[in-house]
Design a protein around this ligand. Structure first.
Ligand SMILES: Cc1cc2nc3c(=O)[nH]c(=O)nc-3n(C[C@H](O)[C@H](O)[C@H](O)COP(=O)(O)OP(=O)(O)OC[C@H]3O[C@@H](n4cnc5c(N)ncnc54)[C@H](O)[C@@H]3O)c2cc1C
Ligand SMILES: *[C@@H]1O[C@H](CO)[C@@H](O)[C@H](O)[C@H]1NC(C)=O
Ligand SMILES: *[C@@H]1O[C@H](CO)[C@@H](O)[C@H](O)[C@H]1NC(C)=O
Length: 337
């Protein structure tokens, strides 16, 4: 490490923190970068996600243009990995999806990605019958997904191989960070406690992982119903979206409702073996917070509050945060701690 190279800490080892670390390392070859977190890999919220690239309307940056740029930049970042031989190791895969509704045409559309993904089209009459009777509206689209069970270990290894440091620790105050020139705050819902950020709210999710190697296409229905094929033949069935719930226990009533809704769409799932039930709290904030702040003389770039879209949008927000961080490093605000 060069003398005088900036000393940078990234708080958080979920998909957001690790992707910030990866992009930062690429951009600032000489920095001394340390990731500090108390949870890693399968213990993070990121590991619960299906990782679909399909933004919802609750995903917002400060402006519509910023949101679209995050989404576009993220798409290109994942496309680069997808087109490389590393894609299976990184857990990035292309796939296609149907989205159906019995009562709302608009939920089957997605203005954020309709001009970005290779195919986004209304379904034909025959396709409306793929998931039993009663579906009135539908779209078919191609997109990609990121399996965090592979992506997190892959990007973490790449970071360490290039000289990054990882520290397992819970950060309770800023004083422990005084040796750093710059800190990225990628603590997800943890930011609620660290920063008393009342705009940050958990949106509880629960999913069922089942063995369904025959499933090649994803299906979305009304009321947060989704069936997502995955890596290694394991599909994710969901879901729920419970505002301001901190319950990390598996709820048997949620599980029963999810199973019933998914089996109604695809009866073959009744026979699928259940591997696991999982719960995660999406760090929901409108807008997602990507901005600089000087806290007690310490230069901090916040990057948290990605709600249900943190996996797909981590690269776009990370590029934005890293750019802010570089300008911040050059600015002559003094560390006064
Ligand atoms: C059921 C479900 C389905 C989802 N589906 C999708 C999907 O299809 N597509 C999609 O894009 N997103 C999806 N998401 C959302 C996605 O999981 C989140 O947006 C994303 O994981 C947020 O990542 P993060 O890195 O900010 O947070 P986390 O993964 O929670 O990581 C936070 C990190 O910060 C660390 N940390 C926090 N506080 C401290 C502290 N004080 N000291 C030290 N370390 C600290 C933690 O240890 C951890 O390493 C889903 C979520 C759920 C629950
Ligand atoms: C990198 O940063 C860590 C944490 O501040 C520090 O302990 C270490 O000495 C630094 N390494 C170099 C080579 O500067
Ligand atoms: C991270 O952001 C949260 C929310 O504002 C804040 O409470 C916390 O202090 C921040 N942590 C750091 C190290 O900046």
């Amino acid at each position: 490490m060069d003398k005088g190279a900036p000393n940078i800490a990234i708080l958080g080892a979920g998909v957001v923190g690790l992707t910030v670390a990866d992009i930062l390392q690429k951009d600032l070859g000489k920095a001394n970068i340390t990731i500090i977190a108390d949870k890693f890999k399968e213990d993070t919220t990121s590991a619960v996600a299906a990782g679909i690239f399909r933004p919802g309307t609750s995903f917002r940056g400060a402006t519509r243009e910023i949101t679209q740029k995050w989404i576009d930049d993220s798409w290109h970042y994942w496309q680069d990995i997808l087109k490389s031989p590393e894609s299976p190791n990184a857990g990035v895969m292309a796939f296609s999806s149907y989205i159906f509704s019995k009562d709302n045409y608009h939920v089957t559309r997605n203005p954020f990605i309709e001009n970005l993904v290779p195919i986004y089209r209304p379904v034909q009459e025959a396709e409306l019958k793929l998931c039993g009777p009663g579906w009135k509206y539908g779209s078919y689209f191609t997109t990609l997904k990121i399996g965090c069970e592979k992506y997190l270990p892959w990007v973490e290894r790449r970071f360490v191989d290039k000289g990054g440091r990882i520290v397992s620790d819970k950060v309770d105050s800023f004083t422990s960070l005084r040796q750093y020139d710059l800190v990225f705050n990628c603590t997800g819902l943890g930011a609620k406690y660290l920063c008393n950020d009342y705009d940050l709210v958990p949106l509880r999710g629960q999913v069922i992982k089942v063995k369904a190697p025959w499933l090649k296409t994803a299906f979305y229905g009304d009321y947060d119903t989704y069936i997502i094929p995955g890596l290694d033949g394991v599909a994710t069935l969901g879901g729920v979206r419970q505002y301001d719930s901190y319950n990390l226990q598996v709820c048997k009533h949620d599980a029963a409702a999810i199973l019933e809704r998914c089996c109604q769409m695809l009866p073959a799932l009744k026979k699928a073996e259940i591997i696991a039930h999982k719960v995660g709290l999406r760090p929901h904030r409108v807008p997602v917070r990507v901005e600089p702040e000087v806290i007690g003389g310490l230069k901090v770039v916040h990057c948290y509050g990605h709600g249900g879209y943190g996996v797909m949008c981590s690269p776009g927000t990370a590029l934005n945060a890293v750019k802010i961080g570089q300008d911040f490093l050059k600015s002559n605000i003094k560390n006064k701690l």
